[in-house]
Design a protein around this ligand. Structure first.
Ligand code: SF4
Ligand code: SF4
Ligand code: SF4
Length: 243
């Protein structure tokens, strides 16, 4: 049987999601028995314009990125968005909240001189091309990527939780971060990470994206009931929820 050709691409990001794939070790070797990697800059020097599955990490921050992903879309049967930068623009979208002059000056000082960044709004992959599957998280969970790839290979649609992180958090019997006088975005955020952050003593910062029916009004009310300022909540929401 011919193995599907898989290409992995990266745009603006920290490449931490690809690193999760590299770190799969034995599981990666198992995966390589059923797929044929033809391009993956972080792990191999080969390049190819012929592939069946394109896995794209990172957000779109330049006109050139838009052109690149449109070309990838034309070539690939399936496009998978890998990680929060690709699925929703990730932390890169924070830039969209500020005047570009201030952003460049803050990052690069008076020497900032990159005209290609001047007018461009950071975008998620699905704002430019059709995406077939999304692997959420910052970083992703490699097991979830394997699940998606297995589904692709067997013609199934990967399942994704439609409930909030709080459900997994309660099932794990974690003590709620609100009990520690902290704000937590778990009630708004898509589950699937086994409430990784609350389980390790940290509030959920929303890296898997907000649920389509997330109740922001209730979140604001709950924050107020716990004596938290609206500004504090909004700044937390902006980390992975900027437009
Ligand atoms: S989603 Fe997070 S870990 Fe993955 S590339 Fe973006 S910033 Fe890095
Ligand atoms: S810690 Fe966060 S995720 Fe867990 S129950 Fe409380 S609000 Fe929900
Ligand atoms: S608990 Fe929240 S921030 Fe942490 S991994 Fe899960 S979705 Fe991401």
């Amino acid at each position: 049987m011919t193995k599907p050709r898989v290409a992995i691409f990266d745009l603006a990001c920290c490449e931490g999601c690809q690193l999760q794939i590299v770190n799969m070790e034995d599981d990666l070797l198992n995966l390589l028995t059923v797929i044929d990697p033809v391009e993956w800059r972080e792990a191999m020097s080969d390049q190819s314009t012929i592939y069946d599955v394109a896995i794209i990490e990172g957000s779109i921050t330049r006109q050139a990125d838009e052109i690149k992903v449109m070309e990838i879309r034309q070539r690939a049967t399936y496009v998978v968005a890998l990680g929060a930068c690709a699925t929703m623009g990730g932390v890169n979208k924070l830039k969209n909240n500020f005047a570009i002059h201030d952003v460049k000056k803050t990052v690069y000082g008076e020497a900032a001189n990159m005209p290609h960044l001047d007018t461009f709004t950071v975008k998620a992959l699905n704002e430019v091309i059709e995406v077939d599957f999304e692997v959420h998280g910052c970083p992703i969970d490699a097991d979830e990527l394997v699940h998606v790839v297995k589904c692709l290979l067997s013609g199934q649609t990967p399942s994704a939780p439609t409930h909030p992180v709080c459900v997994e958090c309660k099932m794990a019997e974690n003590c709620c971060r609100y009990e520690y006088d902290e704000l937590c975005l778990g009630p708004l955020t898509r589950a699937g990470c086994d409430a990784r952050c609350p389980a390790n003593g940290f509030w959920c910062f929303g890296c898997r994206g907000f649920l389509p029916d997330a109740n922001f009004t209730a979140a604001r009310e709950m924050a107020a009931e716990h004596g938290k300022s609206l500004e504090d909540l909004e700044s937390k929401l902006a980390l992975f929820g900027s437009k």
